[in-house]
Every structure is written in structure tokens, then in C-alpha cells.
Design a protein. Structure first.
Length: 222
């Protein structure tokens, strides 16, 4: 109580509030925006390839085309690679986690190569000749454009995030686009020129590229 009859109180105190610095906010924003974009790209890749598996393998069986069937199996590898990339993106950025992710992608490629080479050997031994597939040619044309667009987006995003598995998976997606173009040309050559061997050759090339990518994947982190 003061001398004039009024109570004297101390001014209220508040806990110290430390506002987020512009640097901290920018860092979180810089990381979160490309991360969300990377996740959207991977989910889109999984969705497209899930459709691709049924379409290309079905068309391949109908036409007796090993290249189309092999491309459908490659779509399974792409789904697996995307799942690995998603697992890595949503977890801690640890070297061991990154190394494991790259090895998983490599093993998937080796499995694909083994299946394709077995099919090529069967075709050569039995003198199997693939039939024509106009629907397969049309679908592969669309797929080549879609996969190329996704690959470019992933490549740019992986550079922003400095994410090695995503960078390698972007090459997997680009390979998918290149393979779609190559098999499309092989099917067109078979339909227009009767080059039945082009289908088997395309399948063999898919297998060779798969081996190359499988060897390169674990080295990405070195």
C-alpha cells in the first residue's frame, strides 16, 4: 500500500518468446516444398506403373511379345523403386538408410534382368515370333511422354533435396521412358517390316540396361 492509499503493483511479466528467425523459417520452407513435390511425383509414378503392369503384360501375352511383357515387369521394378524412394524420403536422412535403399533398388534390377534373359533364351531356342500389337504401340507412346515428364520433375527435385535415392530413382523413371520408346520402335518395325527379331532384341537390351543400373545403384552413395 502506497502512502496515498493506492496499491502499488509491479508490471506484469511474460515468458520470453523467441520468434522464429527468417533463416529458420526459410530453411523449413526450402525443405518442405520440394519434399511435398517429391512425394507427389512418386505417388503419381506408382499409380501410373500399377496401371502399366496390367496393360502391358496383358497386351504382351495377347501378342506373344516378350518385350511388352518385359516392360510390364519393368513397371513392377519401378513401383518397387518408387516405394524405396518414398521410404527414404519419409525417414531420417541417415547414411545407412540411404545405402540400404540403393541396394534394394539394385536387387530389383538384377531380378528383372534375370527374368528377361531367361525369356530371350526361350525365344531363341523355340524360334518364337511375336505378333503385332497396335494398342501396345499406342500405349507405349503415351507412357514415354508421361515417364519423361516425371523423370525431369524428380531430377530437379532431388537436386534441391540432395537426395541420392531420389536422384537414382529419377534415372529409373527416365530409363522407363527410354525403354518405352525403344520397345515402341521394335513393335513398329515388327508390324511394318516383319522384323520379328526386333522384339527379342528389345527385350535383351532392356535386360542389359537393367544390369547396368543395378551395378550403378549402390555406387550412387559412394
Amino acid at each position: 500500500m502506497g502512502c496515498d492509499g493506492y496499491r502499488v503493483t509491479a508490471p506484469p511479466t511474460y515468458p520470453d518468446a523467441v520468434p522464429a528467425t527468417p533463416t529458420a523459417r526459410t530453411g523449413r520452407t526450402t525443405r518442405s516444398e520440394p519434399l511435398r513435390r517429391a512425394l507427389r511425383l512418386e505417388y503419381a509414378t506408382v499409380a501410373w506403373n500399377a496401371l502399366e503392369v496390367f496393360v502391358t503384360i496383358g497386351l504382351g501375352i495377347a501378342a506373344g511379345s516378350l518385350a511388352l511383357i518385359g516392360f510390364g515387369l519393368d513397371s513392377l521394378v519401378e513401383i518397387f523403386a518408387s516405394a524405396v524412394a518414398l521410404w527414404h524420403l519419409q525417414g531420417a536422412r541417415e547414411p545407412e538408410r540411404t545405402r540400404r535403399a540403393l541396394w534394394l533398388v539394385a536387387l530389383a534390377f538384377f531380378a528383372l534382368a534375370a527374368v528377361l534373359f531367361a525369356g530371350v533364351a526361350r525365344d531363341l531356342v523355340t524360334d518364337h515370333r511375336a505378333g503385332e500389337s497396335p494398342l501396345g504401340i499406342a500405349y507405349l507412346g503415351v507412357t514415354a511422354v508421361v515417364m519423361l515428364s516425371l523423370a525431369i520433375g524428380k531430377r530437379r527435385t532431388s537436386a534441391e533435396l540432395d537426395d541420392h535415392p531420389l536422384s537414382h530413382e529419377a534415372r529409373v523413371t527416365f530409363l522407363d521412358s527410354a525403354l518405352a520408346t525403344g520397345i515402341l520402335l521394335a513393335l513398329a518395325a515388327n508390324a511394318a517390316l516383319g522384323w520379328w527379331w526386333a522384339d527379342t532384341l528389345a527385350a535383351a537390351l532392356v535386360g542389359l540396361v537393367a544390369v547396368s543400373e543395378g551395378i550403378a545403384a549402390p555406387r550412387e552413395h559412394d
